[in-house]
Design a protein. Sequence first.
Length: 128
Amino acid sequence: VDDKVDYGGGMGKLTMGRTMALFTATNIKDAGVVPQCNIELLQHLDAGGHIPSKLVDRKIPQSLGAVVSLLKSFKQDNEVDMTELKRKAKIIKEKPQEYDDEEIKEIRKGKEFYERCKGIKEIKKVVS
């Protein structure tokens, strides 16, 4: 860049740079009950020459901070998971399930194991 720019005195040697960003948020159709969207951020930096890596290490996280902030404010992972869990539970409760002999045997073993564990008073509950 050959432009002569007067930034004032005492700032040392400066380089003029340019940056452009394109931010898009697209609605995800048929994503279920909880509204969801896809977010994309494209950035281009013309540093105008060589710049110190310390400056890059400091400025890049700052520029991506907007995306992190957006992610935190719109985060609905728990709501999406709960909605999907309820949907699957409804299917299991309302639609008749067909099991082969091996599956029936495993279900019976699981129920028997559960009943045995229920009677043990020393079992510690794990918080997840």
